[in-house]
Design a protein around this ligand. Structure first.
Ligand code: PLP
Length: 396
């Protein structure tokens, strides 16, 4: 294990490109000086197209969960009626934060593995359009499902025009297109260790003019997470408190890499890697957990088959240098997850498939050598729009 780096394929933190790691090792600077101000400006400007907003973005030194907490405490007051649409563990967490701070939370519990249906949301908002906020998860990392945010947001905007739409896109933003302004979303949260090719430690939050206005009257308690303090400080090229400078260096470099690649290429790469991951896992005989009409482009969850003893199987995978994520919450022991976000390359997915093939065959499972790699390769070629020639030996 100490001769090579493991192929870290969990849905965050992701493994980092060399230049990002080097950026994190740089000497500290004065966080109230001009170099920091220039760096902050590059980051906030560079992220705007990924949020799809012309509004102000705040960068907070905190895990993604701190970003979700900021979304709640800045815009709501105790007693506010909140509709939480939960499709998995992270949806449950968002609802819990709101409840903990005294919101009156109603939850729509969607079966894990499924996306939220706009029709179900429509029904609830027809029944009661007076919610102060609706909480949505863009990409549910625990189940590998991506919600149709434009359709869900359109239902809220139409039936509950006064409600704020708060979206957890911690594991989606930067990897898949998002149009916050065009979709009428009010707050979007993301985290440095997911699509942004950086270490954990920073959450980025964009708020619509409506959300910024709500902060003037919202009374939930906040000091460290007060977004108004961040916005005022950002306007002066600073952060209100000492930021995680090493992670700021990394996010700056991550965004530089993403800009050089181009947002459309970043999105296409994620789509191809996701297609490859799904096809490869299927070829290995695993059943995908998510409703495939709403399959995530950043993480794939597969069911652990009844006839597979997962612990020794995973130990062997790990010994061969591939690190997968297990199931979260009530899915512990029932699914495993393969992350494909950040600096992910097709070669890394194909490498993961070759390890899974080797370990599957060694464990006596009926898998043909090369079949998962081939299936993944073909799916990626298709995703990139490259025709596969009909030659002997090709095919899954
Ligand atoms: C990772 C993640 C979070 C939480 O991020 P932490 O940095 O672990 O607090 C929240 N929501 C989603 C969808 C995530 O994937």
């Amino acid at each position: 294990m100490d001769r090579f780096e493991p192929n870290l394929r969990i849905p965050g933190p992701t493994s980092l490109p060399p230049s990002v790691r080097e950026a994190g090792a740089r000497q500290m600077i004065n966080h109230r000086g001009p170099e920091f101000a220039a760096m902050l400006e590059r980051i906030l400007t560079g992220m705007k197209p990924y949020f799809g907003t012309s509004s102000d973005i705040a960068m907070i030194t905190t895990a993604g969960t701190g970003g979700l907490e900021a979304a709640i405490v800045n815009t709501l007051s105790p007693g506010d009626r909140v509709l939480a649409v939960s499709i998995g563990a992270f949806g449950d967490r968002f609802a819990k934060i709101a409840r903990t701070y005294g919101a009156d939370v109603t939850t729509i519990e969607v079966e894990w593995g499924q996306a939220a249906e706009p029709a179900v949301l429509r029904e609830e908002l027809r029944r009661d359009p007076a919610y102060r906020a609706v909480l949505l998860t863009h990409n549910e990392t625990s189940t590998g499902v991506m919600n149709p945010i434009p359709e869900l947001a359109a239902v809220v905007r139409q039936l509950a025009p006064g409600a704020l739409i708060l979206v957890d896109s911690v594991s989606g933003l930067g990897a898949v297109p998002f149009q916050m302004d065009a979709w009428g979303v009010d707050v979007v949260v993301t985290g440095s260790q997911k699509a942004w090719m950086a270490a954990p430690g920073l959450a980025m939050i964009a708020a619509s003019p409506r959300a910024w206005a709500a902060m003037q009257t919202a009374t939930m308690p906040r000091v460290y997470l007060d977004l108004r303090a961040h916005r005022d400080s950002h306007a002066a090229g600073e952060t209100p408190w000492t930021p995680a400078i090493a992670v700021v260096y990394q996010v700056d470099e991550g965004i530089r890499l993403m800009s050089a690649e181009g947002a459309d290429s970043v999105f296409a790469r994620h789509e191809a890697c996701a297609a490859a991951a799904r096809a490869g896992l299927r070829a290995l005989g695993f059943e995908l957990f998510a409703d495939q009409r709403h399959a995530s482009r950043t993480v794939t969850a597969a069911a652990v088959p009844d006839d597979l003893d997962w612990k020794p199987f995973n130990a062997e995978i790990k010994r061969r240098g591939l690190i997968l994520a297990g199931g979260q919450g009530k899915l512990a022991g029932k699914v495993f997850r393969l992350g494909h976000l950040g600096s992910i390359t097709l070669e890394e997915i194909l490498g993961a498939m070759s390890v899974l093939e080797f370990v599957s065959i060694s464990a006596g499972r009926a898998v043909r050598p090369g079949s998962a790699v081939a299936a993944a390769q073909i799916a990626a070629l298709e995703s990139f729009g490259v025709a596969t020639p009909a030659v002997a030996g090709a095919g899954g």
